[in-house]
Design a protein around this ligand. Structure first.
Ligand SMILES: Cc1ncc(COP(=O)(O)O)c(C=O)c1O
Length: 373
């Protein structure tokens, strides 16, 4: 038995969730125990590489884990009463997880999103029983994310007992990744470097915290998109979804990061397509961005270090963006990335437009004016 601890399995059998490894008695047993894949050249030099945790092997992706955890905790605390509606803002991944959590815990779900949501995800959310509510225009300062959050507030006010998980600041989002971290320990042993995309900050904070119990010297590398405000750059139009933000999410654990890398869309596209062609495992914007940085981390860390990277989802929803030649050509995304990232001494030194790293990681709400939340 290599993917699940005996204790965990015994607990799940007791709860009648599973009857044996690989046999799910209930849909929630499909979440977790995702594989890791070794990724080497051309991301890292011969003899070195990193382990990719393939969270796309969950039914909806990585956020199935925090979705189930947030809903379960809210029920236990009495914040979410039986049958009450769950309403949340999401770029899609958490929506898929909440649709599953709604089924498991018997709650209707409304997912507030924006026109950037891929049609395939909108249709799957509907098929899984969620109501999809689309905002029409971005907020003048806080962008689409703020517009979605304003709409969530409106819907919550209109429906008594409805509940919002608030993935941006709910600590249960962070705690929901304990299982992912424990699986990594079981699969890989002690981990030296962890590379994570950052959107709400949930999985980077949650996985790193548990891994540090086993290795206090763990180096956490955050991966953001250009034109995202999370690590102190100015907001701008963003092509990449999933990672990045136009607000300052409270779940980002700034003190936990050794450094941050900003990645441009063309660089992520190159990495996604290279992964697909060379490893038959890929994903979307965040997967490509994380793979590029994890390959760099493997190179600079040396072959005796264990580097792990979280791949939050799989490739399918990106068939008409990352994997569409016409879309990529139209947006100028078919170029190879530089061999090395550029470097900033501090996050606001200048606005970055391509792969850049910075070892000074600070909470921007403490050194720039607070944008509207
Ligand atoms: C595909 C994808 N990648 C990465 C992230 C960022 O993860 P987190 O919100 O845990 O920081 C998200 C968040 O929505 C996502 O959907």
């Amino acid at each position: 038995m290599d993917k699940i601890t005996l204790g965990k399995l015994a607990a799940m059998v007791d709860e009648q969730v599973v009857s044996a490894p690989g046999v799910a008695r209930q849909p929630r047993a499909l979440v977790g125990n995702t594989p890791v894949l070794w990724v080497g050249e051309p991301f890292a030099p011969a003899g070195s590489g990193f382990w990719a945790k393939l969270e796309g092997c969950n039914p909806g992706g990585m956020k199935d884990r925090p979705a189930l955890h947030m809903v379960c905790c809210a029920e236990q605390r009495g914040d979410l009463v039986p049958g009450a509606r769950i309403i949340e803002s999401t770029s899609g991944t958490l929506g898929l997880g909440l649709a599953l959590a709604g089924l498991v815990y018997r709650h209707p779900v409304t997912v507030v999103t924006d026109p950037g949501l891929e049609p395939i995800v909108a249709r799957m959310l509907t098929a899984y029983g969620a109501r999809v509510d689309l905002v029409a225009a971005p907020h003048p300062i806080g962008g689409w994310q703020q517009a979605r959050r304003d709409r969530v507030a409106e819907l919550l006010a209109a429906e008594p007992d409805s509940w919002c998980p608030d993935q941006y600041s709910n600590p249960d989002n962070v705690d929901g990744y304990e299982s992912l971290a424990l699986e990594l320990i079981e699969q890989l042993g002690v981990i030296d470097v962890l590379v994570c995309a950052v959107g709400t900050g949930g999985h980077s904070a949650g996985v790193a915290r548990v891994l540090r119990r086993f290795n206090p010297a763990l180096r956490l590398i955050g991966v953001d998109t250009v034109a995202s405000t999370i690590f102190g750059q100015a907001a701008g139009p963003r092509l990449m979804r999933g990672l990045g933000s136009s607000i300052y999410p409270r779940n980002v654990d700034y003190a936990a990061f050794a450094e941050v890398h900003w990645i441009a869309p063309a660089e992520a596209v190159w990495a996604c397509r290279t992964l697909a062609a060379g490893y038959h495992a890929s994903g979307g914007w965040s997967v490509g961005a994380v793979a590029l940085v994890a390959g760099w981390a493997a190179r600079v860390s040396g072959p005796d270090r264990t580097v792990a990277a979280v791949f939050p989802d799989g490739p399918h929803r990106y068939f008409d963006t990352v994997y569409n030649d016409a879309y990529c050509a139209e947006h100028g995304l078919l170029t190879a990335p530089p061999a090395e990232p550029d470097t900033l001494a501090y996050p606001t030194q200048r606005q970055v437009r391509s792969w850049t790293r910075c070892e000074t990681v600070l909470d921007p709400s403490e050194f720039t004016p607070e944008p509207a939340r």
